[in-house]
Write a protein that binds this ligand. Structure first.
Ligand SMILES: Cc1ncc(COP(=O)(O)O)c(C=O)c1O
Length: 392
């Protein structure tokens, strides 16, 4: 069966160049980088070279990048590292948005169970967390604000630089989870001004199980994994050499790609929307602005969160096995349980039940877009007319 993989916000394939540079580190270059004998020393500065590529990609200094096991670890490290700091253990106030990924919302709930107060700031109908709302949520004891850079479901790009500025005026630390924005829009830690930033390898054509955490120079963060002095004492654990080398290569490829690749993502996403909207009356898009310039600035170029009318998104996808995509709401016993994002933007349950998230990537082909759109249209038509697909 021809498959249209339209779920690149869930994960991306490993780039062939990335898989290739990793290979020697599984076999001949298998040593422990801490060893003083030849199997350790022959690794040379391979890890530092990879770290340099990650740093360049983020606009950071090399010593501001810590390798991790992925986005979840980076996020947990920041939230727990700030609030479980041995010098200022627990206490204080945390601000997050209403639609953070579980890798933020769950550590926040855990901290809340330990007595930390947490404020969840809402968003507007376009999925934007308004800096003014963040400002209103700040308190004298606020220690950290963590707002994702781009929303994983509808692609809304947040005003992180503005949020950072108003937090720094009050000496409050700022973290952003950039797992979804990296590689899709410009991300530069100096422009954002943040103290911490999360990167997840498998969203940028590196393997799953690897990521990075940017920690601004001079900012102290308690370890999450205590142990030996790896990663300058910030994160213990023998270096995952092949994966870190792979992440460095993935970052190098994206740093060297010109802005054309973002235009290409957008062209594929827009073609998908064109095909669907031409064929399906009443189809709506979450978080899309009428003004194309504003839309480009505020919505990820690869993401299309669409509401199919009169059907349930999960049933539409189940009946279209040739298309790999995600839903935004789950329906159980006639009740629609919406994601935090769809709830946050105020979508009505009868609209949200038809939500499907389609996300293209660098490897998505026009054929995948065309055939994926055609298959979704055929299934939708069959579901609303009651005629099986292929019946004319
Ligand atoms: C916004 C966001 N943050 C964090 C994560 C978790 O990253 P990882 O799968 O590398 O732990 C994801 C992955 O789905 C994500 O979309």
């Amino acid at each position: 069966m021809f498959l249209s993989y339209l779920d690149n916000n869930a994960t991306t394939p490993i780039a062939p160049e990335v898989a290739e540079v990793m290979q020697p580190y599984f076999h001949q270059l298998f040593g422990n980088p801490s060893s003083s004998h030849v199997k350790g020393t022959e690794l040379g500065d391979a890890i530092e070279h990879a770290r340099r590529h990650v740093a360049l990609f983020l606009g950071a200094n090399t010593d501001e990048v810590t390798f991790t096991s992925g986005g979840s670890e980076s996020n947990n490290h920041v939230l727990k590292g700030v609030f479980l700091d041995r010098k200022q253990f627990l206490g204080g106030h945390l601000v997050i948005s209403c639609f953070e990924h579980p890798a933020i919302s769950q550590p926040a709930a855990y901290l809340e169970s330990l007595g930390i107060e947490v404020t969840r700031v809402g968003c507007n109908a376009m999925g934007m967390v308004e800096p003014e709302q963040v400002k209103k949520s700040l308190r004298p004891d606020t220690r950290l604000v963590s707002i994702m850079h781009a929303n994983n479901e509808i692609g809304a790009i947040q005003s992180i630089a503005e949020i950072t500025e108003l937090c720094h005026q009050r000496d409050i630390l700022v973290h952003t989870d950039a797992a979804q924005s990296l590689g899709k829009v410009r991300v530069d830690v100096r422009e954002l001004g943040v103290d911490f930033l999360t990167l997840a390898g498998h969203k940028i054509y590196a393997p799953k199980g690897v990521g990075a955490l940017y920690i601004r120079s001079g900012v102290h963060l308690e370890s999450l994994i205590h142990g030996a002095s790896h990663e300058s004492g910030v994160r213990a654990g023998t270096e995952n050499t092949p994966y870190w080398i792979g992440l460095g290569e993935a970052c190098r490829i994206l740093s060297e790609a010109d802005s054309q690749h973002i235009e290409e993502l957008k062209a594929k996403r827009d073609l998908l929307f064109k095909r669907l909207s031409e064929a399906i009356p009443g189809l709506t898009v979450n978080g899309m602005y009428d003004d194309p310039a504003i839309d480009s600035a505020r919505r990820l170029p690869n993401t299309l969160s669409v509401n199919f009318p009169r059907v349930i998104g999960g049933e539409l996808l189940d009946a279209t096995p040739s298309v790999c995509a995600s839903t935004g709401a789950a329906c159980h016993s006639g009740e629609t349980r919406m994601s935090d994002t769809l709830t946050g933007i105020g979508l009505q349950p009868d609209v949200a039940q038809g939500t499907v998230r389609l996300s293209v990537g660098r490897t998505t082909t026009i054929e995948e877009v065309e055939r994926g759109a055609a298959d979704l249209i055929a299934t939708w038509t069959a579901l609303v007319t009651g005629n099986p697909v292929g019946d004319g």
